[in-house]
Design a protein around this ligand. Structure first.
Ligand SMILES: [Zn+2]
Length: 253
């Protein structure tokens, strides 16, 4: 397997951390292989990211108790050294992708709620960091001035909330799924990212969003407001996630 480019964004000897008590290291990358050791929540291993070419499942290949052991990647997160902070991370320096994440309890302290008139029909509240929210509202107003009603369908999500989303994605589509981020590894936890959609809600979290005038407007104009699209077909090897025309991140102006 060729090593994904995004893995090289940090040192190799940073531990992977179990975020569940259901983490079992095995002698082979199979969930029915003999057990090397059971890991508890908070236990750490140092090892290499490994994708099984047969199953496309993600594992971490580590040495545990002197034995080669495969630990399910879907039970682990790994924190980039630059993301260990006690205050809010500066905009645009955070490295968050499939291989490098945030502490699961990282939460910026300047979150504000996106006003309802800019959101989808879901009654949920969408928090965003204050500066990112200012920039976002300027962006959405500029689009409205050109008769394009773009809405927010997700913004900040906590690391704990991501545990549920990720676990459901693995339950539904198996450990080879690549659309849902492991806890700590979602850009949404930064509080600087939004998922955008059309006000009619015809193109919600689907690749066809890229065919809408809303998407075309964002591609041409979002950078003026400090936003960039995170996931393109061209950077899958950097981010580890599928192309997402709806996901935009504030990098600062
Ligand atoms: Zn998103």
């Amino acid at each position: 397997m060729t090593k994904p480019k995004g893995m090289d964004a940090g040192p190799a000897d940073i531990p992977w951390i179990a975020f569940t008590d259901a983490c079992i290291a095995r002698v082979e990358p199979r969930t029915d292989a003999p057990v090397v050791r059971r890991l508890a929540k908070g236990d750490t291993v140092i090892g290499d990211y490994f994708v099984d070419p047969q199953t496309d499942e993600e594992w971490v290949l580590a040495t545990i108790d002197g034995e080669r052991a495969y630990v399910p990647r879907w039970n682990l997160c790994r924190i980039h050294p630059g993301n260990h902070v006690t205050e809010n991370l500066p905009y645009g320096t955070e490295i968050v992708n499939r291989w490098w994440g945030l502490p699961i309890d990282y939460e910026p302290d300047d979150l504000e709620i996106v006003p309802k008139e800019y959101c989808d029909s879901d009654p949920k509240e969408y928090p965003l960091r204050a500066e990112a929210l200012d920039a976002l509202l300027a962006l959405l107003d500029a689009a409205r001035a050109e008769d394009l009603d773009i809405r927010v369908g997700s913004a900040y999500r906590s690391g704990i909330y991501q545990v549920g989303l990720y676990t459901r994605a693995i339950d539904r589509d198996g450990p080879s799924q690549r659309y849902s981020a492991p806890p700590g590894h979602s850009e949404h936890q930064l509080g600087t990212c939004v998922d955008l959609l059309d006000a009619e809600e015809k193109f919600v979290l689907v690749d066809e969003f890229k065919t809408t005038p809303h998407s075309a407007w964002l591609e041409s104009n979002a950078s003026r407001f400090g936003f960039r699209r995170s996931y393109y077909p061209e950077n899958v090897a950097d981010t580890g996630y599928i192309s997402e025309p709806w996901h935009w991140r504030y990098w600062g102006r």
